[in-house]
Design a protein around this ligand. Structure first.
Ligand code: FPP
Length: 248
């Protein structure tokens, strides 16, 4: 088992229940070193591992990482293939997380992924379903708009079948059809804090429904260089903010 990173959180720090991370900057990290982009993704995958463990050790309950967006298919075929290879390799390795009592789930449209990858995703979900130290949500072929369309289609089918009246559709009914509600026996709560490294300050179609009241934390650090202490800094910044959820 990996040694626990020393936590620098001051006492009284409010740890967000649900953190989302847009793991950005792998390509630039590689370019700065004259390396192929896929090496940046490989380094990013190591960071993913370290930071996920640290999130659990700090008491985060839901941790969502944006691994591949519905728009990422536009990348060169060899980069997409390298990313899919990396996910498959990691699905073997994420089993380490199972030893740490971390439940693993996937959000996104998996029907477009390689059958072998889909099979491994299902098996990891099944094998980790009883673990409860933290739920890790890996967003693969995920898009926030696609997620809402997917939910609306499900509601439309129920209306057509006659099991749902349009007048009964409200936020909670729609929410129950999002990918984040498809975790067996559980619904991931709204995301509290979204971290985006690499200097970009946008959401890029990540959890657009679930982030309605999220706090954002941006840093110029490229994802492969993101350290456990950077996660702690983001949590401390979150803890210092005053969330009013539309109230006063
Ligand atoms: C964005 O950086 C990163 C991605 C599209 C891929 C993220 C994937 C990983 C970190 C691999 C590990 C994940 C798992 C679940 C094993 P970018 O390529 O857009 O970087 P750039 O903006 O510098 O070009």
């Amino acid at each position: 088992m990996a040694a626990k990173e020393k936590s620098l959180l001051p006492s009284g720090t409010i740890v967000p229940t649900h953190i989302g991370v847009i793991m950005d900057g792998n390509g630039r990290w590689a370019k700065k070193r004259g390396l192929p982009r896929k090496i940046g993704h490989r380094e990013g995958a190591q960071t993913f591992r370290t930071i996920t463990r640290h999130a659990k050790n700090l008491g985060v309950k839901y941790f969502t990482v944006y691994a591949f967006s519905t728009e990422n298919w536009k990348r060169p075929a060899d980069e997409v293939e390298a990313l899919m290879d990396l996910f498959e390799k990691y699905l073997d390795e994420v089993r380490d997380f199972i030893e740490e009592n971390i439940r693993i789930c996937f959000i996104g449209d998996r029907t477009m992924l390689r059958p072998e990858l889909q099979r491994k995703m299902k098996s990891v979900e099944e094998d980790s379903r009883d673990f409860d130290a933290m739920t890790l949500l890996i967003a693969i072929n995920y898009g926030g708009r696609d997620e809402i369309v997917h939910a609306v289609k499900k509601l439309a089918k129920r209306v057509k079948e006659g099991s749902l009246s349009p007048d009964d559709i409200n936020e909670s009914v729609l929410e129950n059809e999002l990918y984040t509600a498809e975790i067996d026996g559980d619904i991931a709560p709204d995301v509290d804090l979204i971290i985006r490294p690499s200097g970009e300050q946008r959401l890029s179609n990540f959890m657009i429904w679930q982030s309605a009241y999220a706090e954002y934390y941006f840093t110029n650090i490229l994802w492969p260089d993101f350290k456990p202490s950077d996660l702690e800094k983001a949590i401390i910044a979150y803890s210092d903010r005053n969330r009013r959820f539309g109230g006063v």
